[in-house]
Design a binder for this molecule. Structure first.
Ligand code: FAD
Length: 453
């Protein structure tokens, strides 16, 4: 039988690790971290591809240069993480049509302005509806500027899937500044997590040796009562604790991977199921040589196609890794799910056709392709949470509120910074602080009872 811990943390992404660190700093040494996969990091994940390190999940530190410092930027500075400044607002001036012509900047700027105006109009309409009627697309479908042409569709995709900052104030940019830095470090973005972990777990050369971190432990059942929590993993082990912090993604909470006994209350399950999950896929392509422009303001380019989101957003990796000859194309939602379901050769064929439309038939074939599958990964089920503009505070409060001895954390529980690494990091700190308060109160109640007896 495993000894009972004070706290079990389920998941070793950045929120789980930051939560554990706060507990350790407050004297809770007997915590246990159960992680389903064979590594820490979760959606912060590197892989070697084409002789460099690429980031399959989070790639940018978003929100830098403001009055307040982004805590993840601080961590990056402390660990000397290599980053490069990146500005994708110029992408709108590098829009290719299907015949490889770049739209003149005047046309692109006009279309962009029209799209921003219409998005603002749309958002204010949505904000005036309550959550139930805002989903009624018939109300919105008739706005005169619904995107139709390939350039309008491409800009609509860029605006809504990347740059919402220009349409509505995003707390990340308001609080921390509007600059973004791409992580370009062979040790990966995940190096930040290892640096954090080594402050409270026994590590050796970027390897965590501490027995309080257990990898390959897929939590399948969580039994909770007034007296404690019992966690069962897929391999049949049972771990007991006074409390649990659950840091799994919103997609995992929506799936049936973990069953709760007794089941979670209705207000909780409704809040979980009402949260949108965004799928965001970066596909990497390695080439024998460069055939795309690389000068200033050329890092990002856009392909305008009649299907929204069809291989729309491209980036070259020459700024991050000169000479790497790697292109990245980003797909989202329906397109992400579609390519996840097909063989990579088919995705490669589609991507090459798009590139030949833009750059001509003579460009070389890609040597290799990497297609992450965040949607089909049962420990993720999507890339990040996406709260619609009209979401009310109660919804996020319900997502993060504890149920008895089960506490919730992760990017989806962050009211201001959901969807970001810093949102996840800060949520871990918040959740542990709330739990420490609860533990103090619990201790106070026990002392009172003892005094009474
Ligand atoms: P996770 O990192 O998902 O951690 C949860 C952990 O729980 C995982 O390790 C998982 O394996 C584990 N787990 C799941 N189920 C179980 C189980 N049953 N038992 C035990 N363990 C379990 N953010 C940015 O700031 N900038 C970006 O540029 C950016 N780009 C992104 C691009 C992509 C493709 C993706 C996927 C995400 C991106 N994000 C970005 C978002 C950012 O990565 C996340 O917000 C953040 O990493 C989430 O951390 P977390 O701790 O909340 O969750």
């Amino acid at each position: 039988k495993n000894p009972r811990s004070s706290v079990i943390i389920v998941g070793a992404g950045i929120s789980g690790i930051s939560a554990a660190k706060v507990l350790a700093e407050n004297g809770v040494d007997d915590m246990l971290i159960l992680e389903a996969s064979d590594r820490i990091g979760g959606r912060v994940r590197k892989e070697e591809f084409g002789e460099v390190t690429v980031e399959l999940g989070a790639g940018w530190i978003a929100g830098v240069g403001g009055k307040q410092s982004n805590p993840v930027w601080e961590l990056a500075k402390q660990s000397n993480l290599r980053t490069c400044f990146s500005d994708y607002s110029y992408a709108r001036y590098n829009i290719y049509d299907r015949s490889g012509k770049i739209f003149p900047s005047g046309i692109a700027a006009d279309s962009y302005k029209k799209a921003v105006d219409s998005a603002i109009q749309r958002l204010s309409q949505e904000a005036n509806h309550d959550a139930s009627t805002a989903h009624d697309v018939s109300v919105l479908a008739e706005t005169p500027s619904t995107p139709k042409t390939p350039i309008e569709l491409a800009i609509d995709f860029i605006l809504h899937d990347f740059e919402m900052a220009e349409v509505e104030p995003i707390s990340t940019y308001v609080d921390f500044g509007d600059r973004e830095f791409l992580v370009a470090d062979q040790r990966g973005y995940e190096h930040l997590l290892y640096k954090m972990a080594e402050t409270f777990l026994t590590t050796k050369e970027d390897k965590i040796l501490d027995s309080r971190l257990k990898l390959n432990k897929v939590v399948r059942e969580l039994q909770h009562s007034r007296n404690g929590v019992s966690v069962t993993t897929e391999d049949g082990c049972v771990y007991e604790a006074n409390y649990v912090i659950l840091s799994v993604s919103i997609g995992v909470l929506q799936s049936n991977l973990i069953s709760f006994r007794p089941p979670l209350p209705r207000w909780k399950t409704e809040a979980i199921s009402n949260c949108d999950v965004m799928v965001y896929t970066k596909i990497f392509l390695k080439f024998p040589y460069k055939f795309w422009p690389c000068g200033p303001e050329k890092e990002f380019f856009i392909y305008a196609h009649e299907r929204r989101g069809y291989y729309t957003f491209w980036q070259h990796m020459e700024n991050a890794y000169p000479g790497s000859n790697i292109l990245v194309v980003t797909l989202t939602n329906g397109e992400s799910k579609r390519v996840e379901a097909q063989p990579d050769e088919e995705t490669l064929r589609e991507a090459m056709e798009v590139l030949r439309n833009m750059f001509g038939p003579e460009i070389p074939d890609a040597l290799d392709i990497l297609v992450p599958r965040w949607w089909n990964n049962r420990f993720q089920r999507g890339s990040y949470s996406n709260y619609p503009i009209y979401v009310n505070h109660q919804h996020v409060d319900d997502i993060k509120a504890p149920v008895g001895r089960v506490f919730f954390t992760g990017e989806h529980t962050s009211e201001k910074f959901s969807g970001y690494v810093h949102g996840a990091y800060l949520s871990g700190i918040d959740t542990s602080k709330a739990l420490l308060d609860e533990m103090r109160k619990d201790k106070g109640r026990k002392n009172e009872n003892q005094a009474f007896l």
